[in-house]
Write a protein that binds this ligand. Structure first.
Ligand code: F6P
Length: 760
């Protein structure tokens, strides 16, 4: 039996049973009430007749008695009246009853023998009657009985009426239940299941155009989630297979997660991979009563997550979420991503003093402005330096504990938060292969030289076997800094530093993104277009052209400069007023640092000043979205935009530039890119700008909006190829290959480490 019929039958059965039971009790109650009412009526009448009848009997006047009975029968709507003697013989009877009774009713006998009024329902013929008998007296003795008969058929008729009504009501209910169930199943279930089935069929057949949205009802949510995962995995597997096939055919060297996995396995030979970074890939944060896993706004996380997903391993990071502690298992481990675990996250806990001194203080008020030439003065406090050393030691202990039992572990340390870590790890585990990747720029030696602890930092870094930077200029500056600050031998041909018997290779590894992550489609199928006008309308703006900027709120990103560029553009080209809107997606960042708070206020003020200057009731030049956005949310803006602006004053790489390019598999959109971002070395088909030059920014916006579709496509295609070929998998493959191919050297005592470890 079909589900719907079974459901309807069950509903109808239950409803009918309930209705019948209810009608039965209702009919019973109504009959009982009518009977009681009839009995009372009879008793009252009996009491008024009794004396008169007794008197007529005593008078022995049968004619008068007969006439009285007929009169009462008519007056009180009785069916009939009979007067009995004490033997039950009829003495007087109204005509309607004369032939009706074949035998003496029990109530009469009982009224005489028990000397009291008695009632009884009888059915002498077709019609039901109610008889009320009461004794007649002569003096104290009972001489007979008076029987009053009522037509009781109206009581049965009432019950029958009630049953009829119940029946018709039930019929209507059944009809409505069947109808509603049918429509509900058709609209809610059949429609939903049909859509899901169709969607899955499409995926199975490889028709991967934009899938209809899955329902989010509570009932379907878990199923929908699972289906979503399966289709995502299917899409990834299919894309990988297609890519592999394409690779085989064209002998191209496209790097995919599968290829990286195989590559890493062959390079690591069963050894697990260890990654250390300050920022964790998943932060658990409290949201009301629930706990949410949040992906922080971090280029580093964006870049490294695909590598860990491809290779498994352990990622050691600071547990900074307010619900992080309650979501880890033994050893402060948890498997992530939460909905599809592929690797282990080991959280390290820091006190707020440690975090203040190490992260906000030394790393972000000291090293960050030291390495970024963005005209914010570094602040060096010795207390911050103490905390920085202590936290590096803490992470070193955690990493060493994780590596226990692994021979020749391979460790990828990330960024300026851990300059001392390579040396600390090597001191304990000389067999480890340690690389550190410096995600931010390395400044010229004069700039770096103002750091009071530059020698310690350089020694810490030189504990590594390999140091990676995004671009060659940063490698050069690093070697020059080492040359000027430390006693060492530098092999400029091979870019190797020899210090205290240890060799450190310095290489350029331009980091990238996973383009497949940023396109909604897979394989050769394009992502579905995003309706720009509709997207702008969501923000209450009527416009046809749109620009986008996506940044952490950081003074290195040149956000105020960019907004002033937009302002100048609208000033110079007023015909774009009312037609062009710039959406700035801004993730709050490091807001405990005064410089960042000032910047946040400055950006808000600039956006509102420019809006006040140009806005009309239905349009404004700047939509400022200040909150953490998911990758999926950001991808929508990328795909809808005519142009993306990356105007960093100084940037190691800037993955927003590459994300924008990767997301534009439609070969549309123009990238306006700062010449001071590392990405400018690779994305040469962007419109390269100096973010300090407001006129140039304004001109670049105009050029982007007025570029011919052919030129736009040519430029975007070229950049897309760069990002696709030089994707994050290639970055990781090169880094790991370089690290594992470095010739192992005799373990040397790393004297600098003992200083760092001792906190000197
Ligand atoms: O570029 C350095 C970096 O670590 C990036 O990975 C990232 O964009 C940013 O800094 C993250 O900053 P934080 O972890 O301080 O929020």
């Amino acid at each position: 039996m079909r589900f719907s019929v079974r459901l309807m039958a069950a509903l109808v059965g239950v409803t009918a049973a309930v209705a019948l039971v209810f009608a039965y009790f209702q009919a019973k109650a109504q009959t009982r009430a009518l009977q009681n009412e009839l009995e009372s009526r009879a008793q009252a009448l009996g009491a008024t007749l009794q004396d008169r009848v007794e008197a007529l009997l005593d008078a022995a006047d049968p004619a008068a008695l007969q006439s009285y009975l007929v009169q009462v029968e008519n007056r009180d709507s009785l069916y009939g009246i009979i007067v009995y003697n004490d033997l039950g013989t009829e003495l007087a009877t109204t005509p309607s009853l004369s032939a009706a009774l074949k035998r003496l009713p029990l109530a009469v006998t009982r009224a005489i023998s028990e000397n009291g009024g008695r009632g009884e329902f009888i059915r002498p013929g077709q019609a039901p009657l109610y008889l009320y008998a009461l004794p007649l007296h002569h003096g104290p003795s009972v001489t007979g009985a008076l029987g009053m008969f009522y037509d009781a058929s109206y009581i049965d008729a009432g019950a029958a009426r009630l049953w009829r009504t119940a029946f018709w009501t039930l019929l209507v209910e059944i009809f409505l239940i069947v109808l509603i169930t049918f429509l509900f199943i058709r609209w809610s279930f059949a429609g939903t299941i049909g859509r899901m089935t169709l969607w899955m069929k499409q995926w199975r057949r490889g028709v991967t155009y934009a899938a209809p949205p899955l329902p989010d009802d509570d009932l379907f949510k878990p199923l929908a989630e699972e289906v979503r995962h399966i289709t995502t995995m299917l899409a990834a597997a299919r894309a990988a297979a297609e890519e592999e096939a394409r690779l085989r055919q064209s002998a191209e060297s496209l790097w995919t997660p599968e290829r990286l996995r195989v590559h890493v396995q062959s390079k690591l030979q069963e050894r697990p991979l260890f990654v250390v970074s300050n920022r964790e890939p998943y932060m658990h944060v409290r949201n009301g009563k629930s706990v949410q896993a949040v992906v922080p706004a971090s280029g580093l996380v964006t870049a490294l997550e695909p590598v860990l997903l491809a290779c498994d391993g352990t990622w050691i990071a600071h547990g900074a979420g307010d619900a992080d502690r309650e979501t880890v298992g033994p050893g402060d481990h948890l498997r992530v991503p939460p909905d599809n675990p592929h690797y282990t996250l080991r959280r390290v806990w820091l006190s707020s003093e440690e975090n203040q001194g190490y992260y906000f203080g030394f790393a972000n008020e000291g090293l960050w402005p030291l390495c970024h030439i963005a005209h914010t003065r570094p602040i060096f406090r010795s207390s911050d330096w103490e905390a920085y050393q202590e936290v590096n030691r803490k992470f070193a202990r955690a990493a060493i504990a994780e590596m226990e039992g692994t021979d020749g572990p391979v460790v990828l340390v990330q960024d300026y938060h851990f300059a001392l870590l390579p040396c600390l790890i090597k001191a304990e585990r000389p067999d480890a292969r340690v690389a550190i990747f410096w995600h931010i720029p390395w400044p010229n030696p004069q700039s770096f030289g103002i750091c009071p602890w530059q020698r310690e930092l350089l020694d810490g870094l030189l504990g590594a076997d390999l140091i990676g930077f995004h671009i060659q200029a940063h490698c050069n500056y690093f070697l020059e800094t080492v040359d000027q600050a430390l006693e060492s031998r530098i092999d400029w041909d091979r870019f190797v530093v020899n210090r205290r018997g240890h060799r450190t290779h310095v290489r350029r590894f331009p980091i990238s993104v996973d383009p497949a992550e940023l396109t909604a489609a897979s394989g050769p199928v394009k992502s579905p277009p995003v309706d720009r006008v509709a997207l702008l309308k969501e923000h209450g703006v009527d416009a046809v052209f749109m620009g986008v900027g996506v940044d952490r709120i950081d003074y290195t990103k040149g956000i105020p400069e960019r907004l002033r560029g937009v302002e100048r553009f609208l000033e110079k080209h007023p015909d774009y007023q009312g037609r062009f809107t710039f959406i700035q997606v801004a993730a709050p960042s490091r807001s405990e640092i005064p410089r960042y708070r000032d910047l946040t206020a400055e950006v808000e003020a600039e956006a509102s000043r420019i809006n006040t200057r140009f806005a009309t009731p239905r349009w404004k030049p700047i939509v400022y979205l200040q909150r953490l956005h998911t990758h999926a949310e950001i991808a929508r803006y990328y795909r809808a935009a005519n142009l993306c602006m990356v105007t960093s004053l100084h940037d190691g790489m800037n993955l927003v530039a590459k994300e924008f390019v990767a997301s534009r598999d439609d070969e549309r959109g123009v990238l306006i890119l700062s010449r001071f971002a590392g990405a400018a070395a690779e994305l040469r088909d962007a419109l390269i700008v100096n973010p300090y030059d407001t006129e140039q920014l304004a001109e670049a916006i105009r050029a982007a909006l007025e570029m011919t579709p052919e030129e736009e496509a040519t430029r975007m295609r070229a950049m897309h190829r760069v990002v696709t070929d030089h994707n994050i998998y290639r970055w990781a493959a090169n880094l790991i290959a370089e690290l594992t191919e470095i010739r192992a050297e005799e373990p040397q005592p790393v004297s600098a480490a003992s200083n760092i470890a001792a906190g000197n």
